[in-house]
Ligand binder design. Structure first.
Ligand code: URA
Length: 240
């Protein structure tokens, strides 16, 4: 692909703006200054930087994104009616087939991992190697010892399914705000677990996936790429 087209697609600028950037000596390709707008690069492999900053998604084989999902967005790659988690990042990665590695409910917020690395997602999600997920939950009723003991023993859901033990504890002084760590992933798991104790969930926020915490600098709807160390620590947590 020509450099000017690549820049305009990645940055959302016009071709002539791209040409000006290159002519002004602001662009490097694989570490080499490149002023030629008609330079042909391999868009899957080239490392392109503008003003010394690598462009998101350039040169990596695969990408790994930490998104702070806002309320009202669905955890899917695409949806005919609803805004999806991939819609929030796709302009920066127009050629990537991104998908969420694990889901949060439409009403939930927090850490959603987006990637185009199917093997990585499989490792993170495989039931045998399930990577812990930590949530901050606001209940409509105060935490009780029966809930804590029930979660520790393994809750049996209304449909008869018995879940793996989960950690549950108070998250501060508010008796309705709790922290939950799950070791497996079942549809609507936390809501269904609290439902067994007649407790409703008013808010649910994923704070961490395995050893990686949601970056507190990310406001709802914001995202950043994972660092190499974060990707590596997730691989290790999955035993991959
Ligand atoms: N459990 C739920 O009930 N909802 C979520 O979004 C995540 C875990």
């Amino acid at each position: 692909m020509r450099l000017d087209r690549y820049l305009s697609e990645r940055l959302g600028v016009t071709r002539s703006e791209s040409r000006r950037m290159a002519a002004a000596g602001r662009v490097t390709v694989d570490g080499q200054l490149c002023r030629k707008a008609d330079f042909h690069l391999d868009e899957q492999a080239a490392q392109v930087a503008v003003d010394g900053k690598p462009l998101a998604g350039s040169y990596q084989q695969t990408v790994y994104i930490m998104l702070n999902k806002p309320v009202g967005v669905v955890s899917a790659a695409q949806d005919r009616r609803e805004k999806t988690v991939v819609d929030l990042v796709k302009d920066a990665f127009p050629r990537r087939q991104l998908f969420p590695a694990g889901r949060l409910d439409k009403t939930s917020t927090g850490f959603v991992l987006l990637t185009d690395d199917g093997a990585f997602a499989h490792d993170i999600l495989a039931p045998g190697r399930h990577v812990d997920k930590q949530y901050l939950v606001t209940l409509d009723t105060p935490l009780t010892p029966a809930m804590v003991q029930g979660f520790a023993a393994g809750v049996t859901l209304a449909d008869g399914q018995t879940l793996a033990p989960a950690e549950l504890k108070a998250a501060g002084t508010d008796p309705c705000t709790v922290r939950v760590v799950l070791h497996q992933g079942v549809y609507h798991q936390i809501k269904r677990m609290f439902g067994v104790f007649d407790a409703g969930v008013n808010a649910l926020h994923r704070e961490a996936i395995g050893p990686v915490a949601l970056d507190p600098a990310l406001a709802p709807g914001q995202w950043r790429e994972l660092t190499e160390q974060e990707v590596q620590s997730l691989r290790e947590a999955a035993g991959a």
